[in-house]
Every structure is written in structure tokens, then in C-alpha cells.
Design a protein around this ligand. Structure first.
Ligand code: ZN
Length: 144
């Protein structure tokens, strides 16, 4: 999948979210989906993670993450949960470590979170610039 296809895929999911939930507020979407959001004391290398257990879904956020960072992590983890991503053991568990290069699913979740927060107008996105914008955002708001 090319970079531009990836961005297009994420944008079409945001269009779905806008239509389906009528909001991009991750806490409201989580409430509608019965996803539990918890704030925990976690090591600095983990901004947050999500998992499903016994039919329930959870998002856990590091208490040290700023308000804006928290919104990003919630949206990032929501993307995994709403898309039922699984890891190599086929279990639903995801971790946000904002500063490690990872898989396409991690990139998609980052793009989803960033675009939701920063682009009301989905026509205005420059796929070539966005990777750099996300890196700047993460350094500013997710470094803990
Ligand atoms: Zn992730």
C-alpha cells in the first residue's frame, strides 16, 4: 500500500466515523462503543495501550500524558479497537510507543488520531506533509 493509499484509507474511515458517531471526541465514541478508558501510572516508554478481554474492550492511558496527548492516544487506540486489529498471536492488544518505528497498522492509527484532531476539512490534507506534521506533534505532546 502506497503512502497516499494509506492516507486515503484513513480519511475514508474518518468519514465513516463522522457519519456514524457524529463526533470525533474519543471519549464520546468510546462511551457509545462501551469501551472502558482508564488512566494509569505506567512506565514513561508507554503512552497507552488497549486490549479486549472477555468481550470487554479497554484503553489505558499513561497518567503523565498531557491533555492533548491523551486525546491522541485515545484516538490511536480507538482506531485499533474499531478496526479489530490483532497482533501476531491473534490477540487484541496494542501499545502506543510514539517513538518507535512500527507497522502499517501503527501508522494508520497515528494518521487517524492526528487527522481527526487537526483537520475539520478532509479535503485540505497534504499527504506529503502529514508525516512530518505528526512527528512534530508527537515530540510536542507525547514526550513524557
Ligand atoms: Zn498502536
Amino acid at each position: 500500500m502506497s503512502h497516499e493509499q494509506l492516507v486515503r484509507k484513513v480519511i475514508s474511515f474518518i468519514e465513516f466515523v463522522d457519519a456514524e458517531y457524529g463526533t470525533r471526541d474519543p471519549e464520546k465514541i468510546a462511551a457509545m462503543e462501551n469501551i472502558f478508558c482508564l488512566v494509569w501510572k505506567l512506565p514513561r516508554c508507554v503512552q497507552g495501550f488497549s486490549f479486549a478481554y472477555d468481550g470487554d474492550k479497554y484503553i489505558v492511558i499513561n497518567e503523565k500524558v498531557s491533555e492533548k496527548g491523551r486525546q491522541f492516544v485515545l484516538l490511536h487506540e480507538l482506531y485499533h479497537l474499531l478496526n479489530s486489529h490483532t497482533n501476531e498471536y491473534n490477540r487484541l492488544i496494542f501499545m502506543t510507543n510514539a517513538f518507535i518505528k512500527t507497522t502499517r497498522e501503527e501508522l494508520e492509527a497515528d494518521y487517524f488520531a492526528f487527522i481527526c484532531m487537526n483537520y475539520d476539512d478532509l479535503e485540505n490534507i497534504n499527504p506529503l506533509a502529514i508525516e512530518n506534521e505528526i512527528a512534530i506533534f508527537k515530540r510536542r505532546h507525547l514526550k513524557i
